[in-house]
Design a protein around this ligand. Structure first.
Ligand SMILES: Cc1cc2nc3c(=O)[nH]c(=O)nc-3n(C[C@H](O)[C@H](O)[C@H](O)COP(=O)(O)O)c2cc1C
Length: 178
């Protein structure tokens, strides 16, 4: 059984999860931007992991483009966001990302980190604008996963935890995936 982990991570948390999955499975990790579908199809398992930026999973375009070539492979997706786990958020992320042939691909959500200071200027500006916009809304109208951004604001947070990968590893052990 062979596998490959394709990962796109701007700030390192999705990569940290990729390395933990690699430690447990022996699957190699490569940056999705360097992935070549001719090499990827040589593996039984294809795991695509990426940071969540404005609800879009980094690197998902590679999978959408190549899902036809991955027929019969076990494909699994994970994404890493700052929000705490929330069914409403996961539903939204699935609706936005699992399209164009990816509808039945299992997806996992792992909580990542948040640090405005480490972000690029463009990202920091966008995130500050998002928080400012939220602060003008009635908190009662905000979902749990969105309201938390008003609490964390400019705090440095790191929620990464190796235990989050257990259900994904279980799926691999069972030989499942799309
Ligand atoms: C521009 C930008 C947009 C983001 N949008 C979301 C989001 O929609 N939902 C969320 O939960 N976290 C969001 N985050 C937080 C990141 O998903 C979080 O920091 C994650 O750990 C980043 O993964 P990485 O370290 O692999 O880059 C956003 C961060 C940035 C910089």
């Amino acid at each position: 059984m062979s596998g490959i982990i394709l990962c796109r991570s701007k700030y390192g948390t999705s990569k940290k999860y990729a390395d933990w999955i690699s430690e447990e499975t022996g699957f190699k990790v490569i940056d999705t931007k360097d992935a070549d579908i001719k090499e990827v199809v040589n593996h039984d398992f294809v795991i695509l992991g990426g940071g969540l930026y404005s609800e879009t999973i980094a690197g998902i375009a590679f999978l959408k483009k190549n899902i036809g070539a991955l027929k019969g492979k076990r494909v699994i997706i994970y994404c890493c966001g700052a929000s705490e786990y929330d069914e409403e958020l996961i539903g939204m992320v699935k609706n936005k990302n699992l399209k164009d042939g990816l509808e039945n691909v299992p997806m996992f959500y792992f909580q990542g980190a948040w640090d405005l200071d480490s972000m690029s200027l463009g990202d920091r500006t966008m995130c500050k604008m998002f928080i400012k916009m939220l602060s003008k809304k009635d908190p009662a109208t905000l979902s749990k996963s969105v309201k938390m951004f008003l609490d964390i604001k400019d705090k440095k947070c790191d929620w990464t935890n190796k235990e989050y990968i257990t259900p994904l590893l279980d799926l691999i052990k069972k030989g499942e995936g799309k």
